[in-house]
Design a binder for this molecule. Structure first.
Ligand code: PLP
Length: 453
C-alpha cells in the first residue's frame, strides 16, 4: 500500500463516521479508498480496479465519467453552480421538469425538487397531508405502508418504512403508520405460493384501507421490488391491485420509485409494469446518473391545484431546501435523459436483463448454498443458506454475505450484503463482457466462501 493510502487511511480512521457502519470494526480494517471511476469501474488510490456491481448504491446509471454528463456539468459550472429556487427560477430546473413530466406515468404533471430519496419521500408525505387539510378532510393524517419497506432515514421516511434493526432507537420519534404484509412476506413466513400470497396481501390491503379510509392520507409503497428489504419482489398485478384499492377508497397512492425508477426494473418506471399512475411519485438516486444529489416528487394537477389561492389564504406548500433544484444536478440530469435516448437504453437493457436472469438461474442458483434469487430487472438479491433443503440459515454472526462481498472485492468486484442476501444492481450501460465478469466473480466468491464454511 502506498504512503498516500496510509495517510488517507489514518485520517479516515481519525475523523470519519461512515453511514450504516460499525465504526469499531471499520477502524480495525483497511478501507477501500476510491480515487477515480471509469465506465463500470471504480479505481482505488493504489490503482486497483473494481467492477461497480451495485452502481454506487443503485444510482450510477451510465457508468463513471460519462463524457456527456461530464460536459454538461462543466458547461453548467461555466454559467452558475447554484442559485435558489425560492423566489427565482433557472433554465436547467425548468427544462428538466418539462422533460420529466413528459416521461413519468400519465397524470403526474408537477415536479417538486429536493436533494435525496428521503427528502423526496418527506415531500410526498407532507403534500399528501396538506392536500387533505386543504380539502377540509382534517382527520386524514395516517399512512399505510408495506412491512419491511424502506423509504429513507429522515424521521418521516422512517415512520413509513420502519425496520426494527435500523430504527428501533428512534421508535418513539416516529408517527404511527399501518403496515400491510407484502406478498413476499406471506411467501416467506407462511410458505404460501405466489398467487395465494398475493391474494392474502391484497385482501389485507383492502381491509386496512377500507377500514381506515376516513383517516388515511395515502398508501406509500416501493412498486414491484422492495429493495432494501433484501430485494422482495411483488407478483405482476400487485401494484395495480393496491393502486385500485386506494382509488376505490379515495386514498392517495404514493409510489416510491427512488430505487426502482430510471430503468432498474427493465421499464423506465416500475409502475409501468402494471400500467398504473400514482398520485404522487418520488424519484432520486439515478436522476443525475449518480453524479449529484438531486431528487424529485411528482404530483397530479388535482393535488397541485388544491394548494392554489390568494397569498393570505396561506395554502402554499411551506417546504424547501437550500439546494432545491440545484442547477448543476438539473443540467446533468438533462444530459442523462439524452443518454437514455441516444443509447436506446430501454431497448437494450431488457436484453441484458434476460441474459442475467438466465445466467443466474443456471450458474448461481445451482450452487448448493444459494436458496433463492430474487430479480426484477437489474435489481437482484441472492440469498445464502446453510442448508438449502431444510432452509436452515447461517448463524447471523458469521455474516456470510459480507464474507462473500469481501471475497468478491479481492477479486475486483463490488457487491453489497443485506443480511444473508447478496445485492447486485449494475449500471444500465454495463457491457456484456462486464456483466459476464460480474456473474462469474459473484458465483466463484459464493462458492469459495460457502465451501469453506
Ligand atoms: N426510497 C427507497 C425505495 C430507497 O431504496 C431509498 C434508498 O435506498 C430511499 C428512499 C432513500 O434515498 P436516499 O438514500 O437518497 O435518501
Amino acid at each position: 500500500m502506498s504512503n498516500k493510502y496510509e495517510t488517507l487511511k489514518r485520517m479516515d480512521h481519525a475523523h470519519l463516521w461512515h453511514p450504516f457502519t460499525q465504526m469499531q470494526e471499520w477502524m480495525g480494517e483497511d478501507p477501500c479508498i476510491i480515487a477515480e471511476g471509469e465506465g463500470s469501474y471504480l479505481i482505488d488510490v493504489d490503482g486497483n480496479r473494481y467492477l461497480d456491481g451495485v452502481s454506487s448504491l443503485w444510482c450510477n446509471l451510465f457508468g463513471h465519467r460519462r463524457p456527456e454528463l461530464d460536459e454538461a456539468l462543466k458547461a453548467q459550472t461555466d454559467r452558475i453552480a447554484h442559485s435558489t429556487f425560492l423566489g427565482l427560477s433557472h433554465a436547467p430546473g425548468i427544462e428538466l421538469a418539462a422533460r420529466l413530466a413528459a416521461l413519468v406515468p400519465e397524470g403526474l404533471t408537477r415536479v417538486f425538487y429536493s436533494d435525496s430519496g428521503a427528502t423526496a419521500v418527506e415531500v410526498a408525505l407532507k403534500l399528501a397531508v396538506q392536500y387533505w387539510q386543504l380539502r377540509g378532510e382534517t382527520r386524514r393524517t395516517l399512512f399505510a405502508r408495506l412491512e419491511e419497506s424502506y423509504h429513507g432515514d429522515t424521521v418521516g421516511a422512517m415512520s413509513v418504512g420502519y425496520s426494527d434493526l435500523f430504527h428501533h432507537f428512534h421508535r418513539d420519534l416516529l408517527f404511527p403508520a399501518l403496515a400491510v404484509k407484502p406478498p413476499y412476506a406471506y411467501q416467506r413466513e407462511q410458505g404460501l405460493g405466489e398467487a395465494e400470497a398475493m391474494e392474502r396481501s391484497v385482501a389485507e390491503a383492502r381491509d386496512t384501507v377500507s377500514r381506515e379510509k376516513d383517516r388515511l392520507a395515502a398508501f406509500i409503497m416501493e412498486p414491484v421490488m422492495q429493495g432494501a428489504a433484501g430485494m422482495w419482489p411483488q407478483p405482476a398485478g400487485y401494484v395495480k391491485a393496491v393502486r385500485g384499492i386506494c382509488a376505490d377508497n379515495g386514498v392517495l397512492f404514493i409510489a416510491d420509485e427512488v430505487a426502482t425508477g430510471f430503468g432498474h426494473t427493465g421499464r423506465m418506471w416500475a409502475c409501468e409494469h402494471d400500467g398504473v399512475g400514482p398520485d404522487l411519485m418520488c424519484v432520486g438516486k439515478g436522476i443525475t446518473g449518480g453524479y449529484l444529489p438531486l431528487a424529485a416528487t411528482f404530483a397530479t394537477e388535482e393535488i397541485f391545484s388544491a394548494f392554489l389561492g390568494e397569498y393570505g389564504e396561506f395554502k402554499s406548500f411551506f417546504h424547501g431546501h437550500t439546494y432545491t433544484g440545484n442547477p448543476l444536478g438539473c443540467a446533468v440530469a438533462l444530459a442523462g435523459l439524452d443518454v437514455f435516448e441516444k443509447d436506446a437504453l430501454m431497448e437494450k437493457v431488457p436484453v441484458k436483463i434476460a441474459w442475467l436472469e438466465d445466467r443466474l438461474r443456471n450458474d448461481v442458483l445451482a450452487l448448493p448454498h444459494v436458496r433463492e434469487i430474487r430479480q426484477r430487472g437489474f435489481m437482484t438479491g441472492m440469498e445464502l443458506v446453510r442448508d438449502k433443503e431444510r432452509g436452515e440459515r447461517y448463524d447471523p454472526g458469521l455474516r456470510i454475505a459480507n464474507q462473500v462481498v469481501l471475497e468478491a472485492r479481492r477479486r475486483g468486484v463490488i457487491v453489497r450484503p443485506l443480511g444473508d442476501t447478496l445485492i447486485m444492481l449494475p449500471p444500465l450501460t454495463i457491457s456484456d463482457g462486464e456483466l459476464e465478469t460480474l456473474v462469474t466473480v459473484v458465483r466463484d466468491s459464493i462458492r469459495q466462501v460457502t465451501e469453506a464454511r
